[in-house]
Design a protein around this ligand. Structure first.
Ligand SMILES: [Zn+2]
Length: 383
């Protein structure tokens, strides 16, 4: 299936800038990402990929997903227009206000396009998915470079117009998005991420399924460290089965490319381009429109995985693959244990039905498996 993709970008997204401070979430990420987009655009026939300027919007729109007091506090800090740490890894800078205004505008534009059946990719900064209702989400130690959640905003607005699924394949758990929709039964959230017992933000266990009316609409798929294509493509089969049950009109993607092999030093994973192509291609067939929002990805993930994802979304064939990676037996053991718990949690709440071949996996659970949750101590932060 051939799809057109509108990439929403503006140079103001680079105004959020740590300057002299060495930080992985820096403007150069967008230079790499934009080059990747241009490379794919030039190799796609019939202008399938077009880059359009992200319009300027108002920060007020973020009050649809964040606490009003939180939005006002951030606005107050941004007005000082100076570099400041909000916690041990999240900063604001002189130009952050400009970047966030474009993020608000791009989110609104993405919604307008989606309602017309056009898929888009918000190529912006700062990232979104760790920003919860009032900043730090679900007891995380920090806001993980994020200030306002554009992914959640797009999903929230689109849910007024149809069924929405949020898919998050950034290597870290999308704790902010999950917190925002935790009791919302109208938004399905599937999050594939690395084992929370060994990585930031330390949330996203299979039993975390939402609460109240929303229980059973949040799905956490956990992968082990150094997981390769084989595990990720297995996880994709589960994602596809869940989407077939949910039947979304719109899909909003937290598109992070930090699980790509060698992308960064924060989390070591071994996923290749084939996964990113396959998930892009699969998602493009499951809804009227797919809105992707750039989350993580710091080096090779933005160079190679992003390209493969766009090739998949637009239905481009014959993409050059990396050699497929195999996960170790230990990694498979950990993955299988978590996968059973995920499937058992889905079946328990009956909001999603699964084909028998997948449902059977949960039956092999045997005695209750106890997953060790990491205990953490918090320092004092602004939020
Ligand atoms: Zn990440």
């Amino acid at each position: 299936m051939v799809r057109r993709l509108t990439v929403l970008y503006h140079s103001d997204f680079k105004e959020h800038d740590p300057g002299q401070v060495k930080h992985p979430e820096a403007p150069r990420r967008l230079d790499i990402a934009l080059k990747s987009v241009m490379d794919v655009a030039s190799s796609t026939p019939g202008n399938r990929v077009s880059v359009v300027g992200a319009p300027r919007g108002s920060l007020e729109v973020f009050k649809r997903v964040h606490d009003i007091v939180y939005v006002e506090r951030v606005k107050l800090i941004l007005r000082t227009r100076r570099f400041e740490w909000l916690d041990r890894d999240t900063y604001v800078s002189r130009g952050t206000l400009e970047s966030l205004r474009r993020l608000a505008g791009a989110s609104q534009k993405a919604v307008t396009l989606a309602l017309r059946g056009v898929s888009s990719f918000i190529l912006g900064r700062p990232p979104s998915h760790h920003a919860g209702v009032s900043g730090r989400a679900m007891g995380a130690p920090s806001m993980g470079f994020c200030l306002f959640n554009a992914t959640a905003l797009v999903a929230r607005v689109l849910s007024d117009h149809g069924r929405v699924a949020v898919i998050d394949f950034d290597v870290h758990h999308g704790n902010g998005t999950q917190e925002i929709f935790y009791s919302n039964p109208g938004i399905l959230h599937i999050d594939i991420h690395v084992d929370p017992s060994v990585s930031y933000p330390g949330t996203g266990y299979p039993e975390d399924v939402g609460e109240g009316e929303g229980a059973g609409t949040k799905v956490n798929i956990v992968t082990p460290h150094m997981a390769g294509d084989d595990i990720y493509r297995n996880a994709l089969r589960l994602v596809e089965a869940i989407l077939d049950s949910w039947k979304p009109d719109y899909i909003v993607v937290s598109a992070g490319f930090d699980a790509y092999r060698g992308d960064n030093e924060m989390v070591l994973m071994n996923v290749g381009t084939r996964f990113y192509y396959t998930i892009g291609r699969m998602l493009s067939t499951k809804a009227k429109a797919v809105v992707s929002v750039l989350e993580g990805g710091y080096g090779s993930g933005l160079e190679r995985a992003l390209k493969a994802y766009i090739a998949g979304i637009t239905g481009l064939k014959d993409w050059p693959w990396d050699p497929t990676s195999q996960s170790s037996n230990t990694a498979w053991r950990t993955y299988r244990m978590y996968r059973r718990l995920t499937i058992a949690s889905i079946l328990k709440h009956r909001k999603i039905s699964l084909p028998k071949r997948i449902a059977r996996i949960a039956k092999a659970l045997g005695p209750r498996v106890k997953v060790k949750r990491r205990k953490r101590r918090f320092r004092r932060y602004i939020f």
